[in-house]
Ligand binder design. Structure first.
Ligand code: CP
Length: 315
């Protein structure tokens, strides 16, 4: 594997989830694989889980790790091809990416969307330029439209907790005070559409996701109906795709509560974190036995380790 940017870069989704679980059972079985290899984790945006879990995963495989918060510690990047760089930008992304490729065997990159220009965000311009110019394998640490390491960890978590061969998994929109990207729900949707689950998406009117990510999902605006007999409820806010990047008024009653969970099949509640308590998800749910959000975050290590292992094997 030389690129991990979406589910489409994975040959066998179930096999990769099983590999993650095998690594969870034996974290240090492949310490020689990454010996004398370096991963450079490049962040244009903040992170807690992705940064720490990917670093730990790489170290478990024996790799050296460099972390660069390029937005704070690097030169201001120019992203436009052909730009006359007589303004505030100091270094072109084509030079910065190429140089980082000289120092690393694998690069991880986080590049959030601006949420202003949908075409620009959905073209993944920054991520794709990095891939083009760095000349080494690249793993997405969350791009403008997808968060595949999160989705793999989510699939691993479902595998661990499921009590039937084909569980019902519901992705429900949740309220938030800020405009958030669609990367997590897009990605979760496209991974669930390839997994052996009954997948339902529920959201208020106006929060339809790009259909490219939801092929095969059942989609409804009726949250109560969607929750009936759910085995897993994945809670996430996202801003509108049609009215791009907008937070639409109302919908505060979409926050998941213990009362709403009564309709489910004793569902496990998932969230990628960070979560705004009592806005997106209530304390009573997050602190209940139904919540698996901390376990889910722990699985980020094994998801990253499975992907890095496959990348190291292809070097
Ligand atoms: N879920 C997730 O990606 O967390 P961070 O943004 O903290 O990395």
């Amino acid at each position: 594997m030389r690129l991990f940017s979406s589910v489409n870069d994975v040959q066998d989704v179930d096999a990769l989830a099983k590999e993650a679980l095998a690594l969870k059972a034996s974290p240090f079985a492949y310490q020689q694989l990454g010996k004398n290899k370096t991963i450079c984790l490049v962040f244009l945006n903040p992170s807690l889980r992705t940064r720490l879990s990917t670093q730990k995963a790489a170290q478990n495989l024996g790799m050296n790790v460099i972390v660069l918060n390029i937005d704070k510690e690097g030169w201001a990047l120019e992203l436009q091809d052909g730009a006359v760089m007589n303004g505030t930008s100091v270094e072109h992304i084509k030079d910065a990416a190429a140089v980082m490729g000289e120092y690393a065997d694998i690069i991880g990159l986080r590049s959030f969307p601006g949420l202003k220009d949908r075409d620009e965000d959905y073209s993944e311009a920054i991520f794709n330029k990095f891939v083009k110019y760095c000349n080494v394998p690249v793993v997405s640490l969350e791009s403008a439209t997808r968060h595949p390491l999160q989705s793999l960890a989510d699939l691993v978590t479902i595998e661990e907790f499921k009590t039937k061969l084909r569980p019902k998994v519901v992705l429900t929109w949740a309220p938030h005070i800020k405009a958030l990207p669609q990367a997590v729900p897009n990605s979760f949707a496209e991974w669930m559409c390839k997994a052996n689950v009954d997948f339902v998406i529920t959201h208020p009117e106006g929060y339809e996701l790009n259909r490219d990510f939801t092929q095969g999902a059942t989609i409804t605006n009726d949250q109560d109906e969607a929750l009936i007999d759910a085995d897993f409820v994945y809670v996430k806010n996202w801003s509108a795709y049609e009215l791009y990047g907008k937070v639409l008024p109302g919908n505060d009653d979409w926050m998941l509560t213990l009362d709403k969970l009564k309709a489910t099949n004793n569902a496990k509640v998932m969230h990628c974190l960070p979560v705004r308590r009592n806005v997106e998800l209530s304390d009573e749910v997050l602190d209940s036995e139904s919540s698996v959000v901390i376990h889910e975050a722990g699985n980020r290590v094994w998801a990253a380790q499975a992907v890095l292992k496959q990348m190291l094997e292809s070097l």
